[in-house]
Ligand binder design. Structure first.
Ligand code: NAP
Length: 248
């Protein structure tokens, strides 16, 4: 039987790279996207053309009703869940903290924190032996920002990823006896659209000299760590973090 993986924010960037690698490793996939239906559909076509199974589901993970519908579609299409990849995340324009408004903080926390909490909750209801599940693995996509704080850029995003780190540690311990492992990756400077969303498409070029490996990373390099944490090969790891940051 093929294992089933749900990836949030799967249509591009690290989520899409994870989907491609997971398909190669034999997972059946539920690919969540928020707004870019064409991108998600093209990815699903690519994956199914290579002989795997992939369904796409639109859902804004900040909306509880959307997350409930996402997991209901999971139940309908796949009937089980082996791995949840909490990948969807966002940041906003670079600025100092005193320039930020409350609406921005609410958006940043809603996606990066509440969205991850909602998906964890629904995954546990399906995975936990306490609920009749077979266990599973949750991988949260945090950020090196949680450690570095992102001064002059987006302290709100960094703090939200700090919350994801605490979620990872606490939940790992809470559900360890129920067959569920919870781990996280902390990507560093990875080549995706997220830097343009912060207002600086060339951010990696500016900062790569501060990376011990002297370059930005590729989404595929993060996907490798995610897939390892989701797999049985990491069976003795829970509440742990892999920094995929070139040593930064
Ligand atoms: P990206 O290319 O901007 O992709 C972000 C993905 O998240 C998109 O698919 C986006 O959907 C989705 N998303 C955002 N808000 C959502 C919501 N409310 N509901 C559902 N989906 C939502 O960025 P990325 O670099 O691949 O980011 C993936 C993860 O890695 C994020 O958690 C990010 O914080 C983390 N990360 C990235 C880096 C980096 O350097 N790239 C470093 C550290 C951590 P749409 O396409 O519809 O917008």
């Amino acid at each position: 039987m093929n294992k089933v993986m749900l990836i949030t924010g799967a249509n591009r960037g690290i989520g899409a790279a994870t989907a491609r690698l997971a398909a190669q490793r034999g997972y059946h996939l539920l690919l969540n996207y928020r707004s870019r239906a064409d991108e998600a559909a093209a990815l699903a076509r690519e994956i199914t053309a290579h002989g795997s199974v992939a369904h796409t589901v639109q859902a804004d993970i900040t909306e509880e009703a959307d997350v409930l519908r996402l997991f209901a579609e999971l139940d309908e299409h796949h009937g089980r869940l082996d791995a949840l990849i909490n990948n969807a995340g966002m940041l906003e324009t670079q600025m100092r903290l005193e320039q930020m408004d409350v609406a921005r903080w609410q958006r940043v926390l809603a996606t990066n924190v509440i969205g991850s909490f909602l998906c964890c909750r629904e995954a546990i209801k399906r995975m936990s032996s306490q609920h009749g599940g077979d266990g599973g693995a949750i991988v949260n996509v945090s950020s090196m920002a949680a450690r570095l704080g992102s001064p002059n850029e987006y302290i709100d995003y960094a703090a939200a990823k700090g919350a994801v780190d605490s979620l990872t540690i606490g939940l790992a311990r809470e559900v360890a006896g129920e067959g569920i492992r919870v781990n996280a990756v902390r990507p560093g400077l990875i080549a995706t659209d997220i830097h343009a969303a912060g207002g600086e498409p060339g951010r990696i070029e500016r900062l790569k000299g501060s990376v011990p490996l002297q370059r930005g990373g590729e989404a595929r390099e993060v996907a490798e760590a995610i897939l390892w944490l989701a797999s049985e090969q990491s069976s003795y790891c829970t509440g742990t973090f892999i920094d995929v940051s070139g040593g930064r």
